[in-house]
Design a protein around this ligand. Structure first.
Ligand SMILES: *Cc1c(COP(=O)(O)O)cnc(C)c1O
Length: 221
């Protein structure tokens, strides 16, 4: 099946308010171009070097999303190219993005990554840490950063109920933040959850951004 067909299949299944991030990491520019030609404009990558190189070779109207763990010393290279960073997982990283975005006079959309999985090696803030950041207006104090919402990854498991529980808990947290801190703020609106294997559950739980790679591009090598 062609990439365009696979994209159509996925998009036809998504509710209107859910956007698709095509996760193109490890795939060459030729296949990204194929997805672009089929109408896809949002692409997700998890290595800065790869975005730098692909950005150069592909059309300028692509919206690049960074979705992986971001090292402090790579922020400077990323900030001129990226639209949204899904994976803000420390205060230090947030401050670095602010600093570098200011230098190039850009405003970067960010999501706070929340640790919802059972695996301890996954990155992200706890609910308490994220709420403390927001309550103390830490993100508001960053003029070159817009807080667009939250991101989370479920545990890698076949247990669908476990996955559902994790996505639902993140969605409930998102809605409580929205209600308490952002009732009239149109920017805080994204809930980034769901990958190839679990996105239908994520969408059911209220995801607005699904990050799908394998189902579009096949297995990564
Ligand atoms: C690789 C990756 C994805 C896409 O995973 P697939 O299973 O290929 O859909 C989504 N989110 C993050 C954070 C990733 O690193």
């Amino acid at each position: 099946m062609s990439i365009g067909k696979r994209l159509d299949r996925i998009k036809n299944d998504l509710p209107e308010n859910v956007r698709l991030v095509a996760v193109s990491k490890f795939h060459p520019v030729e296949v990204i171009r194929e997805a672009y030609d089929a109408g896809q404009r949002i692409f997700g990558e998890n290595r800065v070097q790869e975005i730098v190189s692909k950005h150069e070779q592909l059309p300028p109207d692509i919206e690049w999303h960074f979705i992986g763990h971001l090292q402090i010393n790579k922020v400077r290279q990323l900030v001129p190219l990226v639209d949204t960073i899904h994976s803000i997982d420390s205060l230090k990283l947030l401050n670095e993005v602010q600093k570098e975005a200011q230098k190039v006079n850009r405003k970067i959309k960010i999501l706070l990554q929340i640790h919802i999985a059972r695996e301890t090696h996954k990155f992200g803030f706890s609910f308490e840490e994220a709420e403390t950041l927001i309550k103390n207006n830490i993100v508001d104090a960053c003029p070159n950063v817009t807080l667009s919402g939250l991101m989370g990854m479920a545990t890698l498991t076949d247990d669908q109920e476990e996955i559902r529980k994790e996505f639902q808990s993140l969605a409930a947290f998102y809605h409580s933040l929205k209600e308490h801190y952002f009732p009239a703020n149109d920017h805080f609106k994204e809930l980034s959850m769901g990958m190839s294997d679990d996105y239908p559950i994520a969408v059911e739980a209220g995801s607005t951004l699904v990050r799908i790679g394998t189902r579009i591009f096949g297995e990564r090598v």
